[in-house]
Design a protein around this ligand. Structure first.
Ligand code: ATP
Ligand code: MG
Length: 560
């Protein structure tokens, strides 16, 4: 059991909800949350934290959770991302209430609310350029200045805004701003822009709109329209809360959502930013969003992580308001715990060394039955084939054995897992002096019995060279060489990519039972780690991804 599991994780959001329920402060009596991704990339492990929090919280209090795409940024968004995100949420084991929702479903209502603000003298069309607007905005130490267009009449603003909508202006000519306070210490309240002209095609609304609401204007009102009771988001939006509250107070919205912020998840040796992950994909540092080295949900899935392991990890890390960095080892330990209990065992020889069992008849075969799982009898037995021509792992043989060697060496005996004890009688090398084959003999009296008169060094794994499945094994290492690849802002994070993050072995062999292994099936290969069948596999080629090693190799790497 991993150390982390002994620490009871906290979840301050649950504490808030419990007191809201006790005080009868939950509107309609039912907790409603939502997960609101922008469809501008694939989800990563940080999003999993938000998904588990939003869907998990709704489930815990018999509430509902919506999936809403915050799609106010059409140029960066796409249907591909929408489909991938929905699939990831489903795969993680969550079900959203009703249909998928889109902020764009509310564009008409949001437009009406913009008109409402104008009619009430609380919004104006500004004709300053973006550059001028920035100059007028001031900074953290200096107040901003009012735009010369701030006092346009309601009638003029209504007319200009309608013309914006009708496409009569070019992008950047003007924008709709709310009239709050250009001297507000919180910069978000300095007359923020709520509508911009963007002559962009939208994946949901097509060419219907050429003005788009800002994320800040859309977000809280969408929550209100959906009756969201607890709008949960990450800490960077804390400073935006006064603005969201201003909109809710100044618009005839049907509900009053309350926002609570929690700390983002950061993991070491990787990055959790869609924008940066997209760079890795676009610049082909990885094979795609679902490259098994990526911290994306689809990458973790392909690597062999299970939905339960990701959900358990999110439980382990808890939900707080303090930012920190979580060790990658913790995510790995979560998947190890799950797969240890649930993955059937098998033997795979990744870097084969030929072993000829000289006293076993050519062409003969003997079958051994091994448990599919040592601790779970319900998983049944598996059959492995033994014969004259075997393969063992190159690193399980040493010509000059070190002290306390637990594997094979000349003249020594070793147990082949689940089968016989063999003794190495001869070492064959090629002309260049490379080791090519071992001639061994097996002891027929050692089937399920200890040998008499000698003691084998240890137990190693093996496969029958004539009756096993050729496979390609992909071994992964951390994606970056630095714990925090973003630490030095002056250095491009991509310079810290680990050149050895992927090693491909094409000569491997796995026991015959995996002949028809299906994509995403999980196995523990004895002594090697947990593996999962890659989607690149087909009838002619079995491809296996190493999810994690059996023990935490990170601790070693980090401590070295
Ligand atoms: P990114 O910076 O990777 O693009 P984002 O915040 O822009 O992330 P969104 O699609 O807006 O991505 O995120 C959807 C939800 O997931 C938001 O509520 C956001 O707060 C949350 N989220 C994003 N990243 C993390 C993270 N690292 N940890 C926890 N929650 C996150
Ligand atoms: Mg965002």
């Amino acid at each position: 059991m991993s150390k982390q599991e002994h620490v009871k994780p906290t979840n301050f959001i649950h504490q808030i909800i419990e007191s809201d329920i006790a005080d009868e402060k939950v509107a309609g009596g039912q907790v409603v949350t939502r997960f609101p991704p922008e469809p501008n990339g694939y989800l990563h492990i940080g999003h999993a934290k938000s998904i588990c929090l939003n869907f998990g919280t709704a489930a815990k209090y018999q509430g509902l959770c919506n999936l809403r795409f915050d799609d106010t940024n059409p140029e960066k968004e796409s249907q591909e991302y929408i489909d991938a995100i929905a699939e990831d949420v489903r795969w993680l084991g969550f079900k959203w209430d009703g249909d998928i929702r889109y902020t764009s479903d509310y564009f008409e209502q949001l437009y009406q609310w913009a008109l409402y603000l104008i009619a009430n003298g609380k919004a104006y069309v500004d004709s300053l350029s973006a550059h001028e607007m920035r100059e007028f905005r001031g900074n953290l130490t200096e107040p901003g200045k009012n735009s010369p267009y701030r006092e346009r009449s309601v009638a003029e603003n209504l007319e200009l805004f309608e013309r914006m909508r009708n496409g009569e202006f070019d992008e950047g000519d003007c924008a709709l701003r709310v009239k709050i306070d250009m001297a507000a210490p919180n910069m978000n309240l300095r007359d923020p822009v709520i509508y911009r002209i963007r002559k962009a095609h939208h994946h949901q609304t097509g060419d219907k709109w050429c003005i788009y609401p800002s994320y800040d204007f859309a977000h809280g009102q969408s929550d209100a329209l959906e009756g969201v009771t607890h709008s949960i988001c990450t800490l960077e939006f804390e400073d935006h809360r006064p603005l969201y509250d201003w909109f809710i107070a100044n618009l005839p919205v049907p509900a009053q959502p309350r926002q609570y912020e929690f700390a983002r998840l950061n993991l070491n040796y990787t990055i959790t930013s869609k924008r940066k992950l997209k760079l890795l994909v676009d610049e082909q540092h990885v094979s795609g969003w679902d490259d098994p080295r990526m911290p994306t949900i689809s990458g973790l899935r392909r690597r062999g992580f299970t939905p339960a392991s990701i959900r358990n990890f999110c439980d382990m890390i808890g939900v707080t308001r303090s930012n920190g960095v979580v060790d990658m080892g913790m995510l790995e330990s979560a998947v190890r715990d799950d797969l240890d209990a649930n993955a059937p065992r098998a033997m795979c020889v990744t870097r084969p060394l030929k072993v000829t069992v000289s006293n076993f008849a050519e062409g003969e075969e003997e079958w051994f039955e091994l448990p599919a799982h040592p601790k779970d009898e319900s998983m049944g037995l598996r059959k492995v084939s033994f014969g004259r021509n075997l393969l063992i792992e190159q690193e399980d043989f040493e010509e000059e054995k070190p002290r306390k060697w637990k594997r094979l060496a000349p003249g020594d005996a070793v147990r082949l897992r689940g089968a016989y004890v063999i003794t190495c009688n001869e070492v064959i090398k090629d002309a260049a002096g490379n080791l090519v084959e071992l001639i061994c003999s097996y002891d027929p009296a050692t089937k399920g019995e200890n040998p008499t008169g000698y003691k084998p060094n240890g137990v190693i794994h093996w496969v029958n060279a004539d009756h096993s499945v050729p496979c390609e094994v992909r071994l992964y290492d951390r994606l970056f060489t630095e714990a925090n690849p973003e630490a030095d802002k002056a250095v491009d994070f991509q310079t810290h990519l680990n050149p050895g993050s992927l090693e491909i072995l094409t000569d491997s062999r796995v026991e015959i039972g995996l002949k028809h292994a299906v994509a995403e099936a999980h196995y523990q290969f004895e002594r090697l780690g947990y593996f999962s069948v890659d989607k690149d596999s087909d009838e002619s080629r079995l491809v296996l991804n190493r999810t994690v090693t059996l023990r935490d190799s990170w601790v070693k790497i980090q401590g070295k």
